[in-house]
Design a protein around this ligand. Structure first.
Ligand SMILES: [Zn+2]
Length: 343
């Protein structure tokens, strides 16, 4: 069944000072996500490549303030799970990764996964092994939560990378959340998947991939069973999605599923670093038990950038107050650019 990829062209006319005040036409696009209905505007603005940021002052300051996530500080300065939780020494560890409760919780079950021993890791240096250990440690946390409280269903692995993207600390860390109810965006994904399945007896995520592969301009490639694409209606300048078509809860995923996920994320982070993007948000919308026959795992990565010449924020009233986004980069161009990392 074909999904609806809604796209409206909008032409604005004005007399331009850049063209001797002759009349010019500027064409933009208003798009709607075929799954969630999320609206994204593609703005006719020539995107200038970003310059490499000087992170030295930020890194220096983050060290001088004292970092609780550096290996020596973790035992003294981070939280521990309560004894009833049944975790040895109060924290979950796997390779370099360490999981402990979030000291500033967002919900009843809110935790942090420190990804690396190193205080600062450039995007391309999150190699698949490092990410895999962080995902395995996070999975172990979700296993514990499910043992502790069997009725929880939804779970997220979120990542604010660097303060520019909302991270309180430079030291790389995921934020894990097992909420009592799904977030607003996740609800839209779930409702749409359920509605579609009731009518078509097929997963909307499978239908999306089928359409995107046929159309070809936004499909990027795969890493094992994870399929990657550039979002049709991006929530920023570049939004890449990974979809796992197997109907597995995160608890039933084998290490290879998480390894393949890590390989895909690493390719995107290498692409970001090549573009001088040193900040991004990630969300893995996952679940602790299959709850709807058409739902599948989705991971999304969106860069965060300050645009030249004055470091303009990439978040404005559209995102904050209207629940829409702007993008200067057509998703089709983004996919073509990223595809070489998937060859
Ligand atoms: Zn640190």
């Amino acid at each position: 069944m074909t999904l609806r990829f809604t796209k409206e062209l909008q032409t604005a006319e004005f007399e331009s000072p850049f063209n001797n005040f002759k009349k010019v036409q500027m064409v933009g696009e208003v798009r709607q996500c075929p799954i969630t209905g999320y609206v994204s505007r593609l703005v006719p603005f020539r995107f200038k490549p970003l310059e490499e940021p000087d992170l030295t002052p930020l890194l220096k300051k983050s060290i001088s303030l004292g970092c609780p996530f550096c290996p020596d500080a973790i035992p003294r300065k981070t939280t521990r799970f309560i004894e009833d939780f049944g975790v040895d020494e109060g924290r979950i560890t796997k390779g370099e990764a360490v999981v402990f409760p979030n000291a500033f919780p967002y919900d009843k079950y809110s935790a942090v996964t420190v990804i690396s021993r190193a205080h600062y890791v450039p995007p391309a240096s999150f190699d698949p092994k490092r990410l895999l250990d962080a995902f395995l440690a996070s999975q172990a946390y979700f296993v514990k939560i499910k043992e502790f409280e069997s009725k929880v269903v939804y779970a997220y692995v979120n990542w604010n990378y660097m303060p520019q993207a909302g991270a309180g600390l430079v030291h790389p860390h995921f934020q894990l959340l097992v909420p009592s109810r799904p977030t607003h965006y996740h609800s839209r994904l779930i409702e749409s998947a359920e509605r579609y399945y009731q009518i078509h007896k097929e997963s909307i995520f499978e239908a999306l991939l089928e359409d995107e592969k046929k159309e070809g301009h936004r499909y990027v490639g795969n890493s094992g069973d994870w399929e990657w694409l550039s979002a049709f209606a991006p929530r920023g300048n570049y939004e890449f999605w990974g979809i796992l078509l197997d109907d597995l809860s995160v608890l039933d995923m084998e290490p290879r599923h998480l390894e393949e996920l890590s390989v895909g994320i690493n390719r995107i982070l290498r692409f970001f670093e090549e573009k001088n993007i040193h900040s991004y948000n990630m969300a893995l919308y996952t679940y602790l038990e299959p709850f709807s026959p058409g739902y599948r795992h989705l991971v999304s990565l969106v860069p965060r950038m300050n645009l030249p010449p004055t470091g303009i924020s990439d978040i404005n009233y559209f995102d904050r107050l209207h629940g829409e986004s702007l993008s200067f980069i057509p998703p089709e161009v983004a996919a073509e650019d990223l595809r070489r990392f998937f060859k």
